[in-house]
Design a protein around this ligand. Sequence first.
Ligand code: G6P
Length: 362
Amino acid sequence: TDIQKGGYEHFMLKEIHEEPDVVKKTIDSLMQNNLLDLLNTMPNLKQYDQIHIIACGSAMYAGMIAKSLIESRARIHVDCICASEYRYANPIYTGNTLAIFISQSGETADTIAALQLAKANDVATLAIVNVIGSTIARDADHVIYTKAGPEICVATTKAYCTQVAVLSLLACYLSYVHGHMQDDEVMQLSKEIKTLPKLMQQLIEKDYSAFAKKIYQHNDVFFIGRGLDYSLSMEGSLKLKEISYIHSEAYAAGELKHGTISLIEEGTPVIALASDEDLYEKTISNIKEVKARGAYVLLIISDDLQIAHDGYDDILRIPKTDKLIQAILGVIPLQLLAYEIARLRGCEIDQPRNLAKSVTVE
Ligand code: G6P
């Protein structure tokens, strides 16, 4: 396995380093020249007026990103639900519902059952899957493959990135076919999408160990953010819990004061995400609330936004892109931070206790 790890200490680190390449492959498979290619490479999904996104774990958190992108840009109602709930929820379908299933393995039992439920109700189904020929890929009406390649580490990193890439392109496609994205934006965004692998690489090369050292001995960590940053917080928090065994919570930044802020003590780490230019000022005021209670704040903010030096303890800048693709960058520091923290704690990073790569029983 040392050879398979390609010189990296863990598969997780190797797989994070593969992210620029696999995201590029995934994007290239759908878009050679510009976003208009999606009109040919995506299944025809124009007719649907309601979308259900169903998945488990990180795949569901990728779905949360898609929900906010599709609702805000394509103006289609989206529900994003974990498969174990969906399958028993007696979901409500309109005559034009599309059900999207996201799964790395394509074999997750709850997601398969949810797919069968949608099919039994004659609902159109689209699978976004990594493993070719897997059950979910075979059973759905349409499939779009993520091109992450085999993922060994139990905690997903590169597969999640490729899921977010496909879902971002899907949001672009739906915005365009519903008349909410004009041709000039299509061209501008197409160019930006091509720069993603390079920007991802820059983020992967940064050193996160100094931040990890300030966090790894704590028992509780909070992630806060609004909008897209909230969805990203959930994945960041899950990654940390999975591999470092530190308890953490992701909170919508504005909701903190309605209860959870009582848990903030002197030194409690709060990882605050503020990449959304429309909401960051609101998040900054929530950061002040936790800092006033003694929190250590690591602020992750896009490089075009200004903030006063007393508004944080440490700062990590990420490149600014269009909101439609920003999450693909934003997750990288969260993955590497979780990795560095788990490493400092001496955890079995590639095989966390109690977890399986693919859960094929209910
Ligand atoms: C397991 C894994 C998670 C994963 C989830 C969904 O619980 O430990 O990392 O996100 O299953 O897996 P899938 O293969 O459907 O994406």
